[in-house]
Design a protein around this ligand. Structure first.
Ligand code: PLP
Length: 291
């Protein structure tokens, strides 16, 4: 049995100097060296397309579909390749017939890609888009279930949500939400951008690093989201009034990289990070916030 808690930092697989403290994988994940090599080879190949066999593109597509299917326990035939989440959502919307007057559940401050399409269709298709408010306690699952099951409300036709919330890293229990939607015969559209390939594979390691940051911040008197309600690989910090101006830029000037997200600070370590990165981040943040 593999003990995933022992996964060492994978920094050597990346082009990442030791003095870079990169905690921003959820925005721009650096490409592993192997992927950079594959990208170079692909660009060179496109320079001489006459050398490619007729079946080459299809083989690549099938390989990609099989790899994607493995990540989510699906069959390659269940997978369609699309150029973006927004495009995938609008394609799905074209193939669905939702009853007039039904509700479409979306999340406040979610990424626009799973949300916009439904607002655009609401008028012409008679849909009622209901936005679940960002809960103060980070418990998105309870908030979504309460919205779906609200007594007296019109039936739900569809929920279109990010299963790891785009701006606060909140984790939605997709099994529970799925069961509640099924009871109403509703469709569940999951934007799993921050979910697939992390939660099911390397949960324990990533969790360790965000837990370490969370513990140290809590020790310093800062409020951090409860572990039960957040994705294990993302930690999003809220500020009482607003995030102090220049905080993200100040950290970046020390080669510590995190993302601002709608007034919160989103910290997203990945396989190249280690405990030293976490401690360095907490020390720098504490100094800047005088915690
Ligand atoms: C939750 C989520 N969904 C979707 C996207 C990207 O959407 P698209 O592929 O439509 O540009 C992002 C990108 O940051 C995201 O965080």
């Amino acid at each position: 049995m593999v003990d995933r808690t022992m996964l060492a930092s994978q920094r050597t697989l990346f082009e990442m100097p030791r003095d870079i403290c990169y905690l921003n994988a959820a925005s721009y994940s650096p490409l592993p060296l192997k992927t950079i090599e594959a990208g170079r080879a692909a660009v060179l190949r496109k320079g001489q397309p006459w050398t490619l066999s007729a079946g080459f593109a299809n083989q690549q597509h099938e390989r990609t579909r099989a790899a994607a299917a493995r990540l989510i326990g699906a069959d390659p035939d269940d997978v369609a390749l699309v150029p973006s989440v927004g495009y995938g959502v609008s394609t799905a919307a074209k193939s669905l017939t939702l009853p007039r007057g039904c509700r479409v559940i979306v999340l406040e401050n979610d990424h626009s890609s799973p949300v916009l399409e439904w607002h655009a269709r609401a008028g012409t298709q008679g849909l009622v888009v209901e936005t679940v408010r960002q809960p103060d306690d980070y418990d998105w699952t309870s908030a979504i279930l309460a919205a779906i099951e609200r007594p007296g409300a019109p039936p739900v036709g569809l929920a279109s949500i990010s299963s790891v919330h785009w701006s606060d890293g909140g984790l939605v229990d997709v099994e529970k939400v799925s069961a509640a939607l099924k009871r109403q015969g509703a469709v569940f559209l999951i934007d799993a951008t921050h979910h697939v390939g992390v939660l099911d594979l390397d949960v324990t390691r990533l969790a360790m690093l965000t837990d370490r940051i969370a513990e140290r911040l809590r020790d310093a008197g800062r409020s951090v989201p409860d572990k039960r309600f957040r994705a294990p690989h993302i930690l999003s910090l809220a500020f009482k009034d607003r995030m102090p101006a220049g905080l993200i830029e100040g950290l970046a000037s020390e080669d510590i990289y995190v993302a601002p997200r709608l007034g919160r600070m989103r910290i997203s370590p990945h396989v190249y990070n280690d405990e030293a990165d976490c401690d360095r981040f907490v020390a720098a943040l504490s100094k800047r916030l005088r915690m």
